[in-house]
Ligand binder design. Structure first.
Ligand SMILES: C[S@@+](CC[C@H](N)C(=O)[O-])C[C@H]1O[C@@H](n2cnc3c(N)ncnc32)[C@H](O)[C@@H]1O
Length: 261
């Protein structure tokens, strides 16, 4: 009898171990992305590689950018990865009117401004830390994302504050749910949606973005990560609109890409 119990315990332990080791694979199986994944070189011609030699291809000038990284010891919250920032920066080089939902520390805003032309205009909307107290969670919003909005709405000075490129940037301190976008209709070349990650805010920011986009403008969403709790509402909204809009998930990033054509 004792042997049977030991064997039973060993089997249970093995199953547990297999589960722990394959947790990510199992999670990915149940949370499959529903939109097509592409390499960035397929998304826009500026990312197409130039041939250097028979076995070496490299970036074209269009995607050589000015950038910086944030060290791990500088505990800045809510940022894009360096690869994501590179993609946004490259697209900023060919964009005159840029809009960002969610400034946070201003890492991405700064990088956009460093790369956009002199006459480019970047507008970024964000919550004033002092207004966070007035926020209310809507019924369809997920709790973790709502909590994150509060945790990320802590800056009223930004990484670009006092820098010369600040002249290209205008920050609007306002809840995007109350933002009147009528002066921006059909004007934007590039929109980066990275504000509140609750369903009500993502839907609001995206619907306004589609109306603000010009005829060949581009929208990028941040944090499309199926299976990640705090990204649940972003994923849900993206999947909902993917039946009508041509959306692509960019490999190696959490970006979703859309281009008006
Ligand atoms: C993830 S952070 C943005 C990170 C930033 N885009 C970057 O790449 O460094 C989210 C930002 O969205 C802002 N935000 C959240 N909900 C918002 C809302 N309803 N209206 C305006 N801004 C909002 C927060 O205040 C915070 O600054």
């Amino acid at each position: 009898m004792i042997y049977k119990i030991i064997i039973f315990i060993l089997i249970v332990l093995n199953i547990f171990l297999i589960f722990i080791l394959n947790k990510k694979k199992i999670k990915n199986y149940f949370h499959k992305p529903k939109i097509k994944k592409i390499d960035i070189t397929e998304a826009h011609e500026i990312f197409k590689l130039k041939e250097i030699s028979k076995n070496l291809k490299g970036p074209k000038n269009d995607v050589i950018i000015k950038s910086f990284s944030i060290s791990d010891s500088n505990n800045i919250v809510g940022m894009t990865s360096d690869k994501e920032a590179w993609i946004i920066a490259s697209l900023s080089k060919i964009s005159k009117n840029i809009f960002e939902f969610g400034t946070c520390s201003g890492k991405t805003t700064f990088i956009m401004a460093l790369n956009a032309n002199k006459d480019a205009k970047i507008t970024s909307i964000t919550l004033d830390p002092k207004d966070v107290i007035e926020l209310s969670k809507k019924e369809q919003d997920n709790k973790v994302s709502f909590r994150n909005i509060k945790n990320e709405s802590i800056y009223n000075k930004f990484l670009f504050s006092g820098e010369s490129v600040e002249e290209k940037i205008k920050v609007i301190f306002q809840n995007s749910l109350n933002f009147d976008h009528k002066n921006f209709l059909g004007k934007m070349d590039l929109i980066f949606i990275d504000g509140g990650h609750t369903y009500s805010v993502v839907k609001n920011d995206s619907e306004k973005s589609f109306e603000m986009l010009n005829s060949n403008g581009i929208i990028l969403w941040h944090d499309y990560v199926p299976g990640k709790r705090s990204a649940q509402d972003v994923v849900k909204y993206i999947h909902e609109i993917s039946t009508e809009k041509k959306l692509y998930s960019i490999r190696g990033t959490s970006l979703v890409y859309y281009k008006n054509e």
